[in-house]
Design a protein around this ligand. Structure first.
Ligand code: 5GP
Length: 115
């Protein structure tokens, strides 16, 4: 059995991080090390899916809920347009194996994320 993920520990209040938005099955927090002017993470409350491929295969409705929450938090941040990134596997930079999407917006060129 693997350890409880850092995001579940945040959801449970064991690690401090403000939950900025929430739906029935997902929640959003600010990334602790932002790489864009707006950098949020949207995360399913369950940690049973390690990455977006598993989530899409196992619960497409939950994936859609995650995308909807990403859209809502991007709109609330005032930026509107946003980039949605699911790092998938260590070789692509994934470090937390509880599926989550990075929601990045603001001036992405300025942040070195243009293109
Ligand atoms: P990954 O590298 O798996 O795609 O993304 C994990 C993200 O979680 C990283 O961008 C990292 O900064 C963020 N992160 C890791 N630990 C914490 C934490 O304790 N609190 C918050 N708010 N973000 C975290």
């Amino acid at each position: 059995m693997s350890e409880t993920s850092i995001f579940t520990r945040i959801l449970n209040g064991e690690i401090p991080s403000e939950i900025v938005a929430e739906t029935e099955n997902a929640f959003a927090i600010r990334d602790v090390a932002p790489k864009a002017p707006v950098h949020l993470l949207v995360i399913p409350k369950t940690e049973q899916y390690r990455n977006v491929v598993e989530l899409a295969a196992g619960d497409p409705d939950l994936l859609a809920e995650l995308v909807g929450l990403a859209n809502a938090v991007a709109a609330e941040s005032g930026a509107g347009d946003f980039r949605l990134v699911f790092n998938t596997g260590p070789g692509a930079g994934q470090t937390v194996f509880h599926v989550h999407a990075h929601v990045m917006s603001g001036d992405l060129d300025e942040a070195g994320l243009g293109g």
